[in-house]
Design a binder for this molecule. Sequence first.
Ligand code: ADP
Ligand code: ADP
Ligand code: MG
Length: 452
Amino acid sequence: MKFQKVLIANRGEIAVRIIRACRELGLHSVTVYSTADRSALHAKIADESVCIGPAATKDSYLNMQALIAACKNTGAEAIHPGFGFLSESAEFAALCKEHGITFIGPSPESISMLGDKARAKETMKAAGVPVIPGSEGVLKDADDAKRIAEEIGYPVLVKASAGGGGRGIRRVDSPEQMEQQLTLAKEEALKFFGNDEVYLEKLIVGPHHVEIQILADSFGNTVALGERDCSMQRRNQKVIEESPSPLMTDDLRQKMQDAAVKAAKAAGYCNAGTIEFLVDHERNFYFMEMNTRIQVEHPVTEFVTGIDLVQMQLRIAQGEALPFVQDDIKISGHAIECRINAENPELDFRPSPGTIYSIYTPGGPGVRIDSAVYQGYTIPPYYDSMIAKLIVHAPSRKEAIMKMRCALAEFIVDGIDTNIDFQLKLLKNQNFEDGDYDNAFLTSYLEQLKKS
Ligand code: ADP
Ligand code: ADP
Ligand code: MG
């Protein structure tokens, strides 16, 4: 299981993040890039880099055979998949195994069970983890859906079982809407995930999205590293994340961490993972899904725990045991992350690729930037619009908010549109300041902005 050379099957800030972790552990890094990414940072700063195909992701970052070939050609013995792309592909994890390459993540069996969200819920329910009321497994047809919705009560959500990135989720308020929304959800699921299976869930009104980070080694040790509140969402996609959650209590954290560890154990889980829960107004919590990879917002957990999660992923994959136990984990201070996207909030967040002709990034104590852009870099139009993450850490939530406001105000990017000013507006919002926001907040905030 020991390896010296790691191939990073990703791009953008997360590829750069993984290069850094490899270097700090004395591991050699190999990146892959598409023809559109020749001048991308991850291609420039790795120890080695190989072109893997044309711009279209199916021909490059999603091309399993090309990635395996790149390992063989460079002598890489392990693959870190990052997030998105092939990170949650059981097929790819199995293919790596077949070729004697270490996949830095859980087993293909765990990925496949948890990636089927309807099945994962059944497993969790059986293990005694509270789940959101809904269908048992996937829906047969519209009549089946209507029958279950009637039982649990409207409004409900139809959700893609293979879903991710907030896609393939449709709200249904009455039986009359079921047929149409079901069809739309199935179509979207097929288009994005190549699988049209959907399941039904009760819509929890105004919940918080609170997720628990876990680490599990191959010796059966599983440790929870506190929570992240990701309730600031637009179209089911996260915009700001923070830890601790403004609604957290010691008692609730204890219960959620216990449930998360139980969930990971029920899945036979190894490596880093995240259990996503919804928490309602009475502080009841329900399992939603488990993400079997490193997450975009992992830096907030790194700040409050002092643990390098990407290094831990590499060390676990090397066969090391966790160097700490649950009681060693202490949550210290408060961390906030803002996702910085190349997009125009005034034009319905339209992506804004193009050339950055000048950039100034904030700094100072407790300020971290994970980015893949630099002066003169041209952002290609083919990929995700997230270009950087700004993360701050301070002793209290109040101080973290002040620090984030200062950092956002210092952050200057010329040449493209970004959401930096929009993020600053959110950081100055009274509801955010009071910790008084839930999953529905940003949507209604944006509607109000439109009206005014
Ligand atoms: P996180 O849960 O880490 O916050 P996101 O849901 O924001 O992650 O997804 C991270 C990245 O991975 C985004 O670029 C998103 O579009 C992509 N992604 C997530 N799930 C999938 C999926 N099942 N298929 C394709 N891309 C996905
Ligand atoms: P994905 O796999 O796309 O990340 P999730 O199941 O994690 O999908 O849901 C994404 C987001 O959609 C959640 O963070 C939450 O804001 C919202 N959501 C999902 N299920 C429900 C539900 N039953 N009730 C209310 N909101 C939900
Ligand atoms: Mg999710």
